[in-house]
Design a binder for this molecule. Structure first.
Ligand SMILES: Nc1ncnc2c1ncn2[C@@H]1O[C@H](COP(=O)(O)OP(=O)(O)O)[C@@H](O)[C@H]1O
Ligand SMILES: [Mg+2]
Length: 369
C-alpha cells in the first residue's frame, strides 16, 4: 500500500469552485479562471508516495505546493479527484474522522516552526501527544526521546526564545517525531534557515529517515534541496505536476523545456550516483556479480554520489568495485569510465550554457532567488 495517493486531484479557491474544475477539464486555463476570480491552486495532480520514502514536491512560489500538502493534512478538502492517506479516502471523511486521521497518521513541520512561545521546549515537543490525550509521563518520555534524536538532549526546560533558529526547527522536528505518526509532512521546513544550518538539518533528516523509516512528504522551492533529499521528486508549475521521477530521471530526461532549464545549473556530480555510470561486467567477470566483495578490495556503494566517488577514487589504483548495501558486486567503475562520465557532464553543461536562453523565460527566475 502507498502512504499517500492522489488521482486527478484539484483544488480551486473562489466561488463555485466545482464549476471551475469543470472548466479546467474542458480546457480552460488557469489565467482564464483567474479573470473570473477563481484560483486554480492544484490542477489534476496524480502521484503516489511510497511507504518509507522521502517524496519532494518542488516548485516556485505560488505553484500550489502548500495547497497540496494541506489537502494531504486534511486541512482542505479537494475540490475534485481522489486523495488517500494510508489507504483511507480523505475526500469521503467527515470533519471528525479527518481530525482523528490527522492526529493518528500525519504530523506537520512548518517553515516558521509554530512553537508555543510560553511553553518549554519539552512541552512543545510533547504538544502533539497532548492533543492526542496521552498522559503526562508518557508524553515527557516520548518528547525527551525525540529531542535526543534531533540533538537537543538537556534542552527540555528551556523556552523557544533561548534557542537559535536551527534549534527551534529541531524542536519542530522533534514534535513531529514524538507524535509517532508514520507520515511526516514538511512545508518549506528548512527554507528559513541559514545555508550551513540548512545543510545540517538535511543531513539529519536523511539519517533519521533511514533509521526510523518514516514516510516524508517534503516541500521546497530549492532545487538543490529537492535533489539532495528526494528519493523521488514531483516538479510543480502553475498548479500542475509537470514531472515526477528520481533526481537522476529529472536530470537526464527532463519532461519539457521548463524542467530542462530549471535543472541546468544543478551540479550533476552531486546527484548522479556510481550506479548511473558504472559498467556491468559481461561474460567471464560477470559471474562475480552478486557475489560478496572482499574487504580488501576498493569498493563504493552504488548509491554514492559521483562527487564522493571522486574522493574515494583519488588514492585508489585500478578499478573500483560498485557494491550494494550488503557489499555484493553490482558493477565496476574504472578511472577511465569515471573521467569519461565527468567529461561528458562538463560537455553537457557547456552545451546547456550556450543554448538560447530566450526560449523560455520563466525558469530564469530560479537562479535569481
Ligand atoms: N486560502 C486561499 N484562498 C485563495 N487562494 C489561495 C489560498 N491559498 C492559496 N491560494 C492561492 O493558490 C495558489 C497556490 O498557493 P500555494 O499553494 O500557497 O503555493 P506555494 O506553496 O507553492 O507557494 C496561489 O495563487 C495562492 O495565492
Ligand atoms: Mg507554500
Amino acid at each position: 500500500m502507498n502512504a499517500i495517493e492522489a488521482h486527478g486531484t484539484y483544488k480551486v479557491f473562489g466561488k463555485r469552485p466545482a464549476a471551475g474544475v469543470a472548466r479546467l477539464k474542458a480546457g480552460a486555463t488557469r489565467e482564464e479562471l483567474r479573470e473570473d476570480g477563481l484560483t486554480a491552486a492544484v490542477i489534476d495532480a496524480s502521484f503516489e508516495v511510497r511507504e518509507g520514502e522521502i517524496f519532494v514536491v518542488m516548485g516556485l512560489s505560488g505553484s500550489g505546493k502548500s495547497t497540496l500538502i494541506r489537502m494531504v493534512n486534511g486541512l482542505w478538502a479537494p475540490t475534485a479527484g481522489e486523495l488517500t492517506v494510508c489507504g483511507e479516502d480523505i475526500v469521503k471523511m467527515n470533519d471528525k474522522q479527518l481530525r482523528t486521521a490527522r492526529r493518528e497518521k500525519v504530523s506537520m513541520v512548518f517553515q516558521h516552526f509554530a512553537l508555543l512561545p510560553h511553553r518549554t521546549v519539552g512541552e512543545n515537543a510533547a504538544y502533539g501527544l497532548q492533543l492526542k490525550g496521552v498522559n503526562r509521563a508518557e508524553r515527557e518520555r516520548s518528547a525527551t526521546e525525540a529531542l535526543a534524536m534531533v540533538g537537543l538532549e538537556g534542552w527540555e526546560g528551556s523556552l523557544p526564545e533561548q534557542l537559535s533558529g536551527g534549534m527551534r526547527q529541531r524542536v519542530g522536528l522533534a514534535r513531529a517525531l514524538a507524535a509517532g505518526t508514520d507520515i511526516m509532512l514538511m512545508d518549506e521546513a528548512f527554507s528559513a534557515l541559514d545555508p550551513l544550518i540548512k545543510r545540517e538539518m538535511q543531513d539529519q533528516l536523511v539519517e533519521l529517515q533511514s533509521k526510523l523509516g518514516k514516510t516524508i512528504l517534503f516541500i521546497t522551492h530549492d532545487l538543490n534541496e529537492a535533489m539532495r533529499l528526494g528519493d523521488r521528486i514531483a516538479m510543480m508549475r502553475d498548479g500542475r505536476i509537470v514531472q515526477n521521477g528520481t533526481a537522476e530521471e529529472i536530470l537526464n530526461e527532463p519532461a519539457n523545456e521548463f524542467v530542462a532549464q530549471f535543472v541546468q545549473d544543478v551540479d550533476r556530480t552531486r546527484v548522479l550516483t556510481a550506479r548511473s555510470v558504472m559498467t556491468i561486467p559481461a561474460a567471464g567477470d560477470g559471474r562475480l556479480l552478486g557475489q560478496p566483495v572482499a574487504g580488501t578490495v576498493a569498493a563504493v556503494d552504488a548509491d554514492t554520489r559521483l562527487s564522493e566517488v571522486l574522493g574515494a577514487c583519488a588514492d585508489c589504483e585500478g578499478d573500483l568495485a560498485v557494491v550494494d548495501s550488503r557489499r555484493r558486486l553490482v558493477g565496476v567503475l574504472s578511472r577511465a569510465t569515471l573521467l569519461q562520465a565527468l567529461g561528458q557532464l562538463a560537455a553537457d553543461a557547456a552545451h546547456d550554457a550556450s543554448a538560447d536562453p530566450a526560449s523560455d523565460t520563466t525558469p530564469m527566475e530560479v537562479t535569481a532567488r
